[in-house]
Design a protein around this ligand. Structure first.
Ligand SMILES: NC(=O)C1=CN([C@@H]2O[C@H](COP(=O)(O)OP(=O)(O)OC[C@H]3O[C@@H](n4cnc5c(N)ncnc54)[C@H](OP(=O)(O)O)[C@@H]3O)[C@@H](O)[C@H]2O)C=CC1
Ligand SMILES: O=C(CO)COP(=O)(O)O
Length: 337
């Protein structure tokens, strides 16, 4: 006899930025009690007052009941946790959560990145800091504002425990939000982290007006880099062909709604990366992931020339013209990935 599917009555969402707020709305629409944790008291008060999150989701009304809190312990008591702060903050948040989270709580990683200081994937950070959690990740082509507005969206929810992935997908599904369950957690994480790096490259090509042919070539050869990196980590090739791989790559490399693509456009138009970062531009996870992905690729002897040049551009040691020249003058080779 099959065990009954787990039900999650309360969902704790850690991180009250654009994506955390959108996912809190999804949870509420799915009939769950959504508890949104944020460190910014003003945002929390605004959500509780029914005026939404004007800082991160301006102009979007919160019609569903979301309860917001600055008390991490309150959110940590939920049956299911979604972790939605930027990738580089995950470890610190997990350390705060460690004494508060019950053994066996499912934790869904929603950040898209690789830890810069250690080269760890988000699931590896989770295993180190919160070993009592059951790991999962949610990723795919999904802009927070689209999801918050209730536009149709499909994502992948992956966990090595297939029954858990099914239960999380079921628990978060609404008529407009369609999660597909999967078991290849590593493959899903890699696709989400590396597409941000390539979105910066694609944006730079667009910003420099190098033409649609160049943009398409960049995306296709960038996808080959993601496949090589994934193969080395024994991810399943099919994962990369799905929502969290090709799907998210296409979205992020082609839309000015993407913060990574928009960051790349500014670089292509001639802005200095240091100035962009200093002016406090919106979160561009790829700028943090590129150098660490480049370092991992070197250690693992994986050929990732586009990731290399993005890393050097964000580090300020390579100009865009020189990057293009370097990519175009590489020795000719067979096309296979
Ligand atoms: N936006 C989107 O469309 C999507 C985003 N993602 C991923 O989700 C993750 C979060 O992105 P998103 O919500 O868009 O980012 P935002 O910039 O919109 O929000 C980030 C949130 O994290 C909080 N935060 C930042 N640092 C810390 C910290 N040290 N401790 C606690 N909270 C912190 C911020 O709080 P404060 O305001 O106080 O600084 C803010 O609430 C990223 O990895 C992104 O790639 C994935 C899919 C879609
Ligand atoms: O991951 C995203 C869409 O799937 C959001 O992309 P950006 O972080 O580039 O805005």
């Amino acid at each position: 006899m099959r065990a009954a599917m787990e039900r999650f009555e309360t969902i704790g969402i850690i991180g009250a930025g654009a994506w955390g707020s959108a996912l809190a709305l999804v949870a509420a629409r799915a009939g769950k009690k959504a508890i949104l944790w944020g460190r910014d008291a003003e945002t929390v008060a605004s959500v509780n007052a029914g005026t939404g999150n004007p800082r991160y989701l301006p102009g979007i009304a919160f019609k569903e009941a979301v309860s917001a809190t600055t008390d991490l312990a309150e959110a940590a008591r939920a049956n299911l946790l979604l972790l939605v702060t930027p990738a580089q903050t995950l470890r610190a948040i997990l350390r705060d959560l460690a004494p508060l989270v019950a053994e066996g709580t499912p934790v869904v990683l929603c950040a898209k990145g690789i830890e810069r200081a250690t080269g760890r994937l988000m699931s590896e950070v989770l295993a180190e800091e919160l070993p009592q959690a059951r790991p999962a990740a949610l990723s795919g082509p999904s802009f927070a504002s689209d999801v918050a507005k209730g536009l149709p969206t499909a994502v992948t929810v992956a966990s090595p425990d297939g029954a858990l992935a099914d239960a999380i997908a079921d628990g978060l599904s609404t008529p407009a939000f369609r999660p597909y369950a999967a078991t290849d957690l590593i493959g899903v994480e890699i696709g989400g982290a590396l597409k941000n790096v390539l979105a910066i490259a694609a944006g730079a090509v667009a910003g420099a007006r190098l033409g649609k042919s160049a943009e398409a070539a960049l995306i296709a050869r960038g996808f080959a880099e993601i496949r090589r990196f994934s193969r080395n980590r024994r991810a399943e090739p099919e994962t990369l062909m799905g929502l969290s791989g090709l799907g998210d790559l296409m979205l992020t490399c082609s839309s000015v709604q993407s913060r990574n693509y928009a960051f790349g456009i500014r670089i292509g138009e001639g802005a200095a990366v240091a100035d962009l970062l200093a002016e406090g531009c919106p979160l561009a996870e790829g700028a943090m992931t590129a150098p660490v992905a480049r370092d991992l690729a070197r250690v693992e002897a994986i050929d990732m020339p586009i990731t290399e040049v993005v890393a050097e551009i964000v580090e300020g040691s390579l100009a865009l013209d020189a990057a293009i020249d370097r990519l175009m003058r590489r020795p000719l080779k067979r096309e296979e990935a």
